[in-house]
Design a binder for this molecule. Structure first.
Ligand SMILES: *[C@@H]1O[C@H](CO)[C@@H](O)[C@H](O)[C@H]1NC(C)=O
Ligand SMILES: *[C@@H]1O[C@H](CO)[C@@H](O)[C@H](O)[C@H]1NC(C)=O
Length: 537
């Protein structure tokens, strides 16, 4: 499926990227690593097994917490009205007369404005990827976020969202593509319902485009002056945009993608239908290749008369899918292969979490843009890294190796799925939003005010009356994701910022895993085709 649609361009593509570009296309090869083949394969197996053991022992310790936590969560969602502290269910209070000319208003007191006393002070630790919040806000650590920083590039924002004394206010500048802005705003409102009174006063600008809005080279500021600040769905090393969960967690009606929780359940059921060993032994991808060269380029890895790269790639035509009821693009029917490929669209792609959830080993074409969670994933633990400029060869090797080492390949698939299910549960998504907004608000150097042009926004104004709904899907997805009662637990506890050395080590660890893999792959290609080392595709 395609993550991103062609839409008008507000931002420009950032030109350089550091962290994620991989080396040259040729196979790295040096005398120092020319071990015998037998030895190489043995050591790759040992290397992967070592990673697996490390993961599994981690699971035994942290798995406990997770079980306890999910139990509590499910009771939280079912017994919400029995609380003695007045933290019962919220009802959606819709006016029966609301229509296009006399719109729905927010009820005067729609949720408690003071924090709910939690049942316990006990909190679980947030996943590791939350630490990137500190990195994403680092540009403003010394200067703070000034009013100038949020106002100066206002023309690129779709909306300004203000949280003031627990309520939300919206100043909309432009409509976004499809319902991106609608479901992004809906998500923020649900956060306010989940943690009433805990989200601090803030003013945020939000851009709903594919590409980041604030390339650093176009937004230079003198030393000591705060650079412009804006939220967006993805970040890039060369842009200031602050990553925030995208709309698809609450649904994407135009392409029939339901909210994340129910999509995940459907995918898990789909994945359970065919055991890993019985699945097609190739790498699968299905989507819209026309949105980016990275995708068009991937299509070259389909089998041709000379070569089978072990990839099976299919094109989705969203126009045709839409008119045929999306029968050919159901995500839950796409777990039939042992391997699934992730490739970016114009920028990040919402497809990532659906691909991870299939119990297939994810072959992740190293991305340039990052959404809020991807930087917490580890190569060979959650995914198999693929170099963008060597993708067909890398895919062939990964699949060939995985089919010889099914336990290891299957474990990578399971760990990816576990990441999607646990580290990316809706509860964690809300916790992420809570923490990134809280840390952002701490940096604000100005007094938060509600602009005169802003209107109060609440679940009622968004859900009660829907003009131009897509077969009622907007309302349906909203009702499905409506937070029905405040949390009786605190958000997970925010991990500290990386120390510079610690961050270096973390990035180096990822790099060295990838380098190791590249060396083994070079040996593999040498053996298959000793005369053609440098062909890359
Ligand atoms: C909308 O509701 C108001 C008040 O109930 C009513 O006076 C008006 O005629 C309605 N307009 C439309 C277009 O239905
Ligand atoms: C997988 O096993 C086959 C048959 O033993 C062998 O030819 C091939 O090179 C192996 N591939 C990898 C990547 O281990």
């Amino acid at each position: 499926m395609g993550g991103d649609q062609e839409s008008k361009l507000l931002g420009r593509t950032p030109s350089s990227c550091k962290g994620y570009k991989d080396g040259n296309g040729g196979s790295p090869h040096s005398a120092a690593v020319s071990l015998s083949f037998a030895k190489t394969w043995a050591s790759l197996t040992v290397f992967v097994s070592f990673i697996l053991i490390t993961i599994l022992s981690g699971v035994i310790i942290s798995g406990f917490d997770v079980v306890v936590f999910t139990d509590r969560l499910s009771s939280f969602f079912t017994t919400s009205s029995s609380s003695t502290r007045g933290t019962g269910e919220y009802n959606l209070r819709c006016s029966p007369t609301a229509n296009a000319t006399s719109p729905q208003k927010c009820p005067v007191s729609h949720y408690p404005s003071r924090p709910i006393q939690p049942d316990t002070e006990y909190t679980t630790a947030c996943p590791e990827y939350f630490r990137w919040i500190h990195e994403d806000l680092r540009p403003w650590r010394d200067t703070g976020i000034t009013r100038e920083a949020i106002e100066s590039r206002k023309s690129l924002a779709h909306f300004r969202l203000v949280v003031y004394k627990g309520k939300a206010y919206l100043e909309q500048f432009h409509r976004a593509w499809q319902t991106r802005d609608v479901f992004t705003l809906w998500g923020i409102l649900q956060l306010l319902r989940l943690y009433p009174g805990r989200v601090p006063d803030l003013e945020m600008m939000f851009c709903c485009e594919d590409l980041p809005a604030l390339p650093k080279r176009d937004n230079r500021v003198p030393e000591g002056v705060a650079p412009p600040a804006m939220f967006h769905y993805c970040g890039h090393d060369s842009a200031f945009d602050i990553p925030f969960p995208d709309w698809s967690f609450w649904g994407w009606p135009e392409v029939n993608i339901k909210p994340w929780e129910s999509t995940l359940r459907a995918i898990e059921q789909g994945a359970a239908k065919i055991k890993w060993n019985d699945r097609d032994r190739h790498a699968f991808w299905k989507g819209n290749p026309s949105v980016s060269w990275k995708r068009r380029n991937l299509m070259q890895c389909n089998p041709n008369k000379d070569m089978d790269w072990n990839a099976r790639l299919y094109v989705v035509n969203w126009g045709r899918e839409s008119s045929s009821g999306f029968k050919g693009s159901k995500l839950e029917d796409q777990c039939s292969h042992r391997y699934k490929i992730y490739v970016e669209g114009r920028a990040w792609s919402v497809s990532e979490k659906y691909i991870l959830a299939c119990d297939a080993a994810t072959l992740l074409i190293n991305p340039e843009y990052y959404d809020f969670f991807i930087r917490g994933m580890i190569p060979m633990e959650h995914y198999w890294p693929i170099r963008p400029n060597n993708k067909c060869r890398d895919i062939k090797f990964a699949v060939d190796w995985g089919n010889n080492h099914t336990f290891e390949a299957q474990t990578i698939g399971e760990e990816g799925t576990r990441f999607a299910r646990e580290s990316l549960s809706m509860r964690r998504v809300y916790d992420y939003m809570f923490h990134v907004l809280t840390e952002y608000a701490k940096l604000q150097k100005f007094e938060v005010t509600v602009p005169p042009a802003a209107v109060e926004l609440c679940a009622e104004t968004m859900a009660c009356y829907q003009a131009g709904d897509h077969d009622g899907k907007v309302k349906e997805y909203m009702m499905e994701t409506l937070v029905k009662s405040p949390s009786r637990w605190l958000p997970c506890s925010m991990p500290p910022a990386y120390q510079p050395q610690e961050l270096q080590d973390f990035l180096q660890k990822k790099q060295s895993i990838s380098r190791q893999l590249e060396m083994w792959e070079a040996e593999y290609w040498d053996r298959i085709n000793p005369n053609n080392k440098n062909a890359s595709i």
